[in-house]
Design a protein around this ligand. Structure first.
Ligand code: ATP
Ligand code: MG
Length: 154
């Protein structure tokens, strides 16, 4: 099982075309990101859920960024939007099943499962996923960290 991050992002963007027609998407992936030994279907489902949220909770026309780079033996993938962000007290709770931040979120389709699924899959892959807010302006940032297999020392 192999995931090429650029291919996975491309596949998800094609699938999410209608949802994401409302936003400007920027993809910034470091060149030559290492291949990940993961199930592409599960990996793409995680990306899809994060993009679906960004598109759903951030106002129409606002940018959504997908960034990927390598850092300390891990591949990092970050999805950022310029919507309302997440109250600091809820940054961990958004990963709980059925948890939705705002009463008004009830009018938007959804059950509060998307992020719980993301965390379940990413942890099963040996990685981590965290929510944060943009330091400089309004917006949520979701960061996935997937450790690369250790090089065997000679
Ligand atoms: P589902 O994904 O099951 O359709 P959902 O989007 O409500 O429903 P999650 O994806 O698990 O569920 O998200 C949980 C809650 O976290 C959301 O209801 C929303 O309150 C908040 N949230 C998630 N992503 C964002 C975001 N990008 N900006 C602001 N709030 C967010
Ligand atoms: Mg969701």
């Amino acid at each position: 099982q192999a995931v090429y991050v650029d291919e996975a992002v491309g596949a998800v963007l094609r699938r999410a075309e209608t949802v994401l027609a409302r936003h400007r998407i920027t993809v910034t992936l470091a060149p030559e990101l290492p291949m990940l030994r993961l199930d592409p279907t599960l990996f793409e489902q995680v990306l899809f859920n994060l993009l679906d949220n960004a598109a759903k909770y951030a106002p129409e026309g606002t940018p959504i960024g997908i960034e990927g780079w390598q850092e300390n033996g891990s591949v990092i993938l970050q999805i950022g939007d310029e919507g309302p962000g997440i109250p600091p007290a809820d940054l961990e709770r958004v990963f709980d099943i059925f948890y939705r931040v705002r009463k008004t979120d009830q009018v938007l389709a959804g059950t509060g499962l998307g992020l719980a699924i993301c965390r379940g899959f990413i942890e099963a892959m040996g990685g981590t996923i965290r929510a944060a807010n943009r330091p400089d302006r309004s917006g949520a940032l979701f960061r996935i960290r997937l450790p690369l297999p250790q090089e065997i020392a000679p």
